[in-house]
Design a protein around this ligand. Structure first.
Ligand code: C2E
Ligand code: CA
Ligand code: CA
Ligand code: CA
Length: 279
């Protein structure tokens, strides 16, 4: 019969059970992490072609009391599956707004923008716009300094309701960047309709720009697409001078990557900022 044999064996597969147990532990640890403030934002600088700092991307870190750093690649997928990404994501947005407020109060950091990753599950919450509007009001920041990074799949999954929300948030002043651009399935027709400010070239294309003709072609195409749609274009994962030169040569003038700095805790980011503003 259908339910006997293989399926039954597979269900009791000890290896699989171990995987499930680990997942359950990770899930309950994630809840504790949220309750006990084990998350931290790191900041990775974004620079222009003259090396000027234009802002940062906020990247989430989980600092576990025993296990140390846990990479977002490890816990974000589970946070998404369990829905915990929603409260975690609001914590990220709250923290980002509070930081922007502090930067706004100082002359030399007033113009920085902060990009925040928002996952599909969170953006699709029915009250996302309302919640974010409340946060903006409470923190009293200039909303034009906040940028939301969405992936193509987040936008295209539910294109009508997502576009409507993006329009509402754009009216409040918030900017949008399409993250990991080039890895999904955006069509020109959609791109033209979306209220985006920026395309972010995925680092998988940037990596081999200098020696892979296909990647070079894709990157050139993305840049000219962005330029033609009136969007600014930023490249992520820029690690070498050669990559930077290629990008500048092809009219991409904003960058993020290890060439400039790794993501840093706030203190480190602010030191970098000061050093760059003193020269
Ligand atoms: P992402 O949004 O594509 O973020 C960029 C990732 O590239 C970051 O990894 C960053 O540390 C890494 N990176 C930056 N420059 C370089 C470089 O030059 N070379 C290489 N090889 N890597 C570089 P990270 O911090 O591990 O984050 C991984 C992913 O986790 C992010 O990818 C994003 O999808 C997700 N994530 C991070 N923070 C959040 C968050 O607050 N909310 C949500 N929903 N997702 C987040
Ligand atoms: Ca991102
Ligand atoms: Ca990205
Ligand atoms: Ca990526």
């Amino acid at each position: 019969a259908k339910t006997s044999g293989r399926d039954a064996v597979r269900f009791f597969d000890p290896a699989m059970q171990a995987v499930l147990v680990v997942r359950m532990m990770l899930e309950s640890n994630l809840r504790v992490a949220l309750a006990q403030n084990q998350f931290k934002l790191y900041y990775q600088v974004q620079v222009d072609s003259k090396g000027g700092l234009i802002g940062a991307e906020a990247l989430l870190r989980w600092i576990h009391p025993d296990r140390g750093f846990i990479s977002p690649a490890e816990f974000i997928p589970l946070a998404e599956e369990t829905g915990l990404i929603v409260p975690i994501g609001y914590w990220v947005l709250e923290t980002a707004c509070a930081q922007l407020k502090k930067w706004e109060e100082k002359q030399d950091t007033r113009d920085l923008t902060l990009a925040v990753n928002v996952s599909a599950k969170q953006f699709q919450q029915i009250d996302f716009v309302q919640k974010l509007r409340g946060m903006l009001e409470r923190s009293a920041i200039n909303p034009t300094r906040l940028k939301i990074e969405l992936t193509e799949s987040t936008i295209l999954d539910n294109v009508d309701s997502t576009t409507a929300k993006m329009h509402e948030l754009r009216e409040l002043g918030i900017a949008f960047s399409m993250d990991d651009f080039g890895t999904g399935y955006s069509s020109l027709a959609y791109l033209q309709r979306l209220p985006l400010n920026q395309l972010k070239i995925d680092r998988s294309f940037v990596r081999d720009i200098s020696d892979d003709e296909n990647d070079a072609t894709i990157v050139r195409a993305i840049i000219s697409l962005g330029v033609n749609l009136g969007l600014n274009v930023i490249a992520e994962g820029v690690e070498t001078q050669a990559q930077r030169s290629f990008l500048i040569e092809h009219d991409c003038y904003a960058f993020q990557g290890y060439l400039f700095s790794k993501p840093l805790p706030l203190e480190g980011f602010q030191e970098l900022l000061q050093a760059s503003r003193q020269t």
